[in-house]
Design a protein around this ligand. Sequence first.
Ligand code: NAP
Length: 230
Amino acid sequence: MADRPYTLLSCGMSLDGYLDGPTVKRLPLSNKADLDRVDAVRASCDAILVGAATVRNDNPRLLIRAAERRQERLARGLPPSPMKVTVTAGGELDAGADFFVTGEADKLVYCPSSAVRSTRARLGELATVVDGGPQLDMRMISEDLSARGVNRLMVEGGGSIHTQFLTADLADELQVVVAPFFVGDSRARRFVGDGSFPWHPDRRATLAEARQIGDVVLLRYALSSRFCAG
Ligand SMILES: NC(=O)c1ccc[n+]([C@@H]2O[C@H](COP(=O)([O-])OP(=O)(O)OC[C@H]3O[C@@H](n4cnc5c(N)ncnc54)[C@H](OP(=O)(O)O)[C@@H]3O)[C@@H](O)[C@H]2O)c1
């Protein structure tokens, strides 16, 4: 089997398991101290992957905020922020999105062969569009990222992406931050969709850490024997 990066899934969710609210407005689930923790986790990774819907809905920059963390990466011979990666079937990505126009690190877009030409035309030099074959799957993407030098991958959602990494058993670690409120509207996106997960009542995941960070709680789960507590 080809190598794949150490893969860490990260998300914030409400007490009732939602990643966002029912409207397109971005829902703040985290707090200042936790955002700084996420910044440190991002700085420790070679690449950050999000789904195309997250690029469209949240317009994330996915850059390291703390100057000292950017400096520390530069001192290690790395770009100030990790590579950005997204996946799309239809290629409907805005070339003006912050994902593409901010930061110096490489941007990769995986799409099926059928959408390669139109996606390249849309994004031009802003990103490398990778032909993922007839249908994308997260194992192929993981292995391709590994071949491109990504040893540590942070997956930041959304729900469809988390579902695919978890059900394909491609995650080594899960970091969930639980915010102290409910969304209470099933139009919102849940952390995961339906699927056959490797962790179920007869095979419980290992809780590696529970940490209070102000009014939120971080839960870290070890999902593979490669889990690294450090
Ligand atoms: N709370 C958090 O920590 C957090 C983090 C991230 C996101 N979110 C929220 O999550 C929501 C989005 O979640 P989501 O599940 O709807 O979307 P998503 O996972 O961000 O992206 C889904 C999109 O990714 C592409 N995609 C996914 N799997 C694919 C595959 N196998 N092959 C080809 N393309 C694939 C498709 O793009 P195309 O449609 O372009 O074909 C698909 O529509 C956002 O509203 C955001 O606010 C929350």
